[in-house]
Design a protein around this ligand. Structure first.
Ligand code: HEM
Length: 209
């Protein structure tokens, strides 16, 4: 949501796709997500730039291992810096640019453990068992939010270019240093579902604690 609010053209693209596929009445259903490639691409680029577990979970080498000319000694603690991998310009041109359309739309690359440049859930035996659920739910929630509501920044307080995108990782997970503030207003046909937001736009605070 923060990356979309920072780039109104991308927010509009997500909304237009949802409107085209789902129409203007009713709520998005979980099965609709397969018809909505843009939110899926947005989630991929978000997990590249802002992986929730930036160093994954520490593991330990059971034996000495030779890897790419290095020896990883037995009992060494292994941290995989997926945050840095997502910002490596030898893998991702212009890495700090959030660009779901250029990087992921109509591309095969995925985070399911086969493309090692994008492994926010890890890969292999200890890959996150919640991946299928997270993959569907995050894209579905995002698609529902942009389909059901108009979103904007509290104009008096900030402009897209002034948004503070700094991050904090006090523990194993990474989140925004400051909560995201946004104003929403219901936009789809069935106003009874969104009575409060239809009559008066509300500010919502996305907290990651
Ligand atoms: C965007 C959402 C999520 C991300 C990015 C994520 C990422 C991760 C990562 C990086 C690991 C550690 C893998 C390792 O380094 O060993 C992990 C482990 C785990 N995740 Fe997730 N996860 C997400 C959502 C979920 C959900 C929704 C569930 C459960 C419903 C879940 C359940 C677990 C469990 C149980 C483990 C521990 C597996 C083990 O002991 O090997 N995760 N996840």
């Amino acid at each position: 949501m923060a990356e979309l609010l920072r780039d109104p053209a991308k927010m509009a693209k997500a909304r237009e796709e949802a409107e085209e596929v789902l129409g203007n009445v009713g709520l998005a259903q979980e099965s609709d997500i397969l018809k909505l490639p843009y939110p899926q691409a947005v989630v991929k680029d978000t997990l590249r730039l802002h992986p929730p577990a930036p160093l994954l979970i520490p593991h330990e080498a059971e034996a000495d291992v030779e890897m790419c000319g290095f020896t990883v000694p037995k009992n060494a603690q292994i941290l995989v810096n997926v945050w840095a991998m997502g910002r490596d310009s030898s893998i991702w041109p212009n890495p700090t640019l959030f660009s779901p359309e250029l990087r992921f739309l109509e591309k095969e690359i995925d985070y399911k453990g086969r493309d090692f440049e994008l492994i926010p859930f890890r890969a292999g035996r200890r890959i996150c068992p919640g991946l299928p659920l997270a993959s569907r739910m995050v894209s579905f929630t995002l698609a529902s939010l942009v389909h059901s509501f108009h979103w904007k920044l509290p104009a008096a307080e900030m402009k897209p270019e002034d948004m503070d995108m700094s991050e904090a990782a006090p523990g194993i997970t990474l989140h925004r240093a400051k909560p995201l503030l946004a104003i929403f207003k219901g936009r789809i046909g069935d106003s009874s579902l969104f009575e409060n937001s239809i009559t008066s736009p509300k500010i919502v605070e996305f907290r990651s604690e």
